[in-house]
Design a protein around this ligand. Structure first.
Ligand SMILES: [Zn+2]
Length: 182
């Protein structure tokens, strides 16, 4: 993740942006896979009255650096990642291109334990420095489980490698697994 993205992300979290809480349904987060958590960020002009001028300038500068005409920025309220939004097409893209995104998959048919592992994995991923881009996906396709040799769920797969089977790992344990895969 480049520096501007990182700075804007911190800024967005600090200020709790966007101030307006309107969900953009159907746009899927590239990082956590949820499709009801992305919020569009205010364009700088809409925030003039809510921020002091120094911060306002920081926000405008970062905004200009990260957008071209026509596109918009959003934040996922679940995993706190920033995304570039194409509202007309109803889709989101990564803001930072060129960096590798680490792929983490939680394999489970949709049971409670699988959901727990997924929640823990998202929490673990969000504790890393923002320069580490980690995408966490839920996978429910049983054929994929078989292909990966996961016969007990939930399973955790990092960068195509099975690192845990049949266990709900804690946030700390998952962080260790992610570190080992870096
Ligand atoms: Zn997300």
């Amino acid at each position: 993740m480049n520096e501007s993205v990182q700075k804007l992300r911190q800024f967005v979290i600090e200020y709790g942006l966007p101030k307006t809480d309107m969900a953009l349904f159907g746009i899927k987060c590239l990082y956590c896979g949820k499709s009801d958590r992305i919020r569009q960020l205010e364009i700088p002009d809409e925030l003039h009255e809510k921020m002091d001028s120094k911060d306002m300038k920081r926000y405008s500068d970062l905004w200009k650096r990260l957008t071209q005409s026509g596109d918009s920025l959003g934040v996922c309220k679940f995993c706190q990642n920033l995304l570039k939004l194409y509202l007309e097409k109803g889709k989101a893209e990564a803001l930072y291109k060129g960096g590798e995104i680490m792929q983490v998959e939680v394999l489970g048919p949709g049971c409670k334990r699988c959901d727990d592992l997924y929640e823990n994995t998202v929490a673990a991923a969000s504790e890393f420095d923002p320069s580490v881009d980690i995408a966490v996906k839920k996978v429910k396709d049983i054929n994929y489980f078989a292909k990966m040799g996961v016969f007990m769920t939930p399973g955790l797969v990092i960068e195509g490698k099975v690192v845990s089977v049949g266990k709900v790992l804690t946030v700390e344990e998952i962080k260790e697994k992610i570190k080992e895969s870096m």
